[in-house]
Design a protein around this ligand. Structure first.
Ligand SMILES: CC(=O)SCCNC(=O)CCNC(=O)[C@H](O)C(C)(C)COP(=O)(O)OP(=O)(O)OC[C@H]1O[C@@H](n2cnc3c(N)ncnc32)[C@H](O)[C@@H]1OP(=O)(O)O
Length: 127
């Protein structure tokens, strides 16, 4: 799994108990999955279709650095299935895992469209 993004837990990211708000972490993960998919599909018109069980395993507090990792489970015809982990950058403790996030490629009409991709591509190899 590659950890692409780091987030610094700020006061506005906390819940009333003073730990990282789960909804904030899910928003970060959804954006991470969307960006990953846009880069893979070379198309910015994509949507999140499905997110499987979410396992919150530990918490984070203000000042922690959280890193977000993404891995590809499979390339479908119009979809890409990802898995995700959020962990504490300094301790490597897992904060959350999501086993399946299904992202769908859309055509100009807003309907699912084949993306034509079968494997992970790296932008540097396209240049
Ligand atoms: C990044 C964001 O924040 S996006 C905002 C939040 N997301 C949204 O608003 C999406 C709203 N949903 C939609 O617009 C529609 O449901 C669509 C366009 C995503 C899909 O429409 P559908 O009629 O379900 O499309 P369709 O049945 O062709 O499925 C498309 C792909 O999704 C997969 N899929 C559909 N439903 C599911 C599901 N419940 N679980 C897993 N995969 C699914 C299909 O297997 C298919 O993949 P494949 O072509 O690789 O085999």
């Amino acid at each position: 799994m590659r950890f692409h993004t780091r987030k610094w837990v700020k006061p506005e990211d906390l819940n009333p108990n003073g730990s990282l708000f789960g909804g904030q972490l899910l928003a970060w993960i959804d954006e991470e999955a969307a960006l990953y998919t846009i880069i893979q599909f070379e198309n910015s018109k994509i949507v999140t279709k499905f997110i499987s069980e979410i396992n919150f395993m530990s918490s984070a507090v203000q000042g922690d650095i959280v890193e977000l990792g993404i891995d590809v489970i499979k390339f479908g015809k119009t979809s890409l299935t990802l898995k995700c982990e959020a962990r504490n950058k300094m301790t490597r403790e897992t904060i959350l895992t999501v086993d399946n996030i299904v992202m769908v490629n859309l055509g100009p009409d807003g309907k699912p469209a084949p993306h034509g991709k079968t494997q992970i591509e790296f932008v540097k190899d396209r240049l």
